[in-house]
Ligand binder design. Structure first.
Ligand code: TYD
Ligand code: MG
Length: 453
């Protein structure tokens, strides 16, 4: 016998309570509780100490034979990289991102390209809309099946008889199970549907992709437990005004969680960008002040990009600091360091920072390039386009070592830079191993001296 019970769940962490709470005791989020009806069996079940024949067996770890790593390539190099070298059989991958960023396009394109039977289940679009998109992408594939379905049990029924080689669900928020009374997209529905699909993936060894909506804070809508349940969480992001899209690993049970893949959204689908540096550095003959080239590392991949700064006299009493793609607090810190160490009166200036191409980076190795761009704009003197920068700046103005310096240097060398300004504290780099002239500095004042002195 079952009885309907009302419970309250925290949208953020999935914490369950019997009454509504203003603040979640588990994750301390405010106003995150939602009411949901759950079915509960009333027959008392005593688990511990029952005499049941059903029981699990434990195995010694040395007896377990590791199966062959069943990974396969998805043809898409960026996606392969982000997944840690291809898709693992039986894995479940969640892709989140803002509406319109290209999640459906990415996965439909994958379904169309692969030479495997792929089932694309959509609860958001009609068959003809999917066909329209497929035509835009322009690949015809007989192994790609689409299904417009929002009922979990119908889908699972179909899967039982016609298992595909890859399953794509667009989106997990539109799927619903009849066993639960809450509407599609609610916490218990998402949890239930994901759990069922997880069971399907593990038992049938079919890899599953789930598309997830994100809420206004940028997190994947639904409970945090969703991210715990799946094997891999990817985030598709980018600025809608730019065509570049970044696929970022947030969690990966089968590989590194700091990888990125870069795409360009075109009229005919997404194009992989293997060498992002080439597009992020503008071709320019004339030398302009306030522009430098920095070498950042995202994940394990070095990227050279333009860091731009504009320093102008503040019109209003309080100077403005605006930054696109670079942390604003870090910018304030760099300005304070420049004021204190080099004596620039930046406190009375407006400062604007822009990272080219709509990229958002967190690498502290950008500091040196940003500082050089600020100084260049302040002095109105251009910096040579043959020099790249990589260095972190500390509070006392010291230029600190950065990670993966060899890769940064070789990327700059590959792109034809002649010089590179790095920290002298970066050990293990040898001028002999590179054609680039290394400029090693220890303090931010030295950078200024070298560039404009
Ligand atoms: P979509 O995949 O529907 O986004 P999501 O599923 O994340 O909501 O992508 C929609 C956007 O991509 C839409 O604004 C149109 C654009 N687009 C292109 O520019 N080129 C294309 O070939 C396709 C299919 C879409
Ligand atoms: Mg979509």
């Amino acid at each position: 016998m079952t009885k309907a019970v009302t419970k309250y769940f925290c949208r953020n962490c999935g914490h369950a309570a019997s009454k509504w709470l203003g603040k979640c005791p588990s994750c301390e989020a405010w106003n995150s509780f939602e009411e949901e009806v759950v079915q509960k069996s009333t027959s008392a079940t005593r688990l511990w100490g029952r005499s049941s024949k059903e029981r699990s067996e434990a195995k010694n770890i040395s007896e377990i034979i590791q199966g062959n790593e069943q990974r396969f390539s998805l043809i898409d190099k960026e996606l392969d990289r982000v997944l840690g070298g291809g898709l693992v059989s039986g894995s479940i991958t969640l892709i989140g991102g803002e509406p319109g960023i290209g999640k459906s396009t990415l996965l439909l394109q994958l379904a169309l390209r692969l030479n495997k039977k792929v089932l694309y289940v959509s609860g958001e679009e009609s068959e003809s809309q999917l066909k329209m998109r497929a035509e835009r992408i322009g690949i015809i594939n007989n192994a790609c099946y689409v299904m417009c379905e929002t009922s979990l049990s119908n889908l699972l029924n179909y899967l039982q008889h016609n298992p595909p080689e890859i399953l794509i669900v667009d989106s997990i928020q539109t799927l619903s199970s009849e066993t639960i009374d809450s509407p599609p997209g609610s916490i218990s529905q998402i949890k239930e549907c994901t759990a069922e699909l997880l069971r399907f993936a593990k038992q049938s060894n079919v890899p599953v992709f789930l598309i997830g909506h994100i809420n206004k804070d940028g997190n994947i809508a639904g409970p945090k437990v969703l991210e715990h349940m799946v094997d891999t969480v990817l985030q598709f992001e980018g600025d809608r005004h730019y065509n570049y899209r970044i696929l970022r690993t947030l969690k990966n049970r089968f590989g590194s969680a700091s990888e990125i893949g870069i795409y360009e959204m075109r009229g005919s689908g997404l194009r992989e960008i293997e060498n992002p540096s080439e597009i992020l550095i503008g071709e320019r003959e004339d030398h302009l002040s306030g522009i430098t080239i920095s070498c950042a590392v995202e994940g394990i991949r070095p990227i050279l990009l333009e860091t731009q700064a504009l320093v102008s006299s503040a019109v209003y009493g309080t100077p403005q600091r605006t930054s696109n793609g670079f942390d604003l607090r870090r910018l304030s810190m760099l300005l304070a360091v420049l004021e204190k160490r080099c004596g620039f009166q930046l406190g009375v200036k407006d400062v604007f920072i822009n990272i080219a191409g709509g990229m958002k980076l967190e690498d502290p190795g950008l500091d040196l390039g940003i500082v050089a761009a600020i100084l260049s704009s302040y002095q109105n003197l251009p910096v040579s386009r043959d020099i790249a920068f990589a260095g972190e700046i500390g509070l006392s103005g010291e230029v600190r070592a950065v990670s993966r310096i060899e890769q940064r240097i070789s990327e700059a060398e590959k792109l034809g830079f002649k010089e590179m300004m790095v920290s002298k504290y970066n050990k293990g780099i040898d001028q002999k191993n590179t054609k680039i002239q290394l400029v090693r500095i220890g303090k931010v004042e030295e950078a200024f001296e070298w560039l404009f002195g």
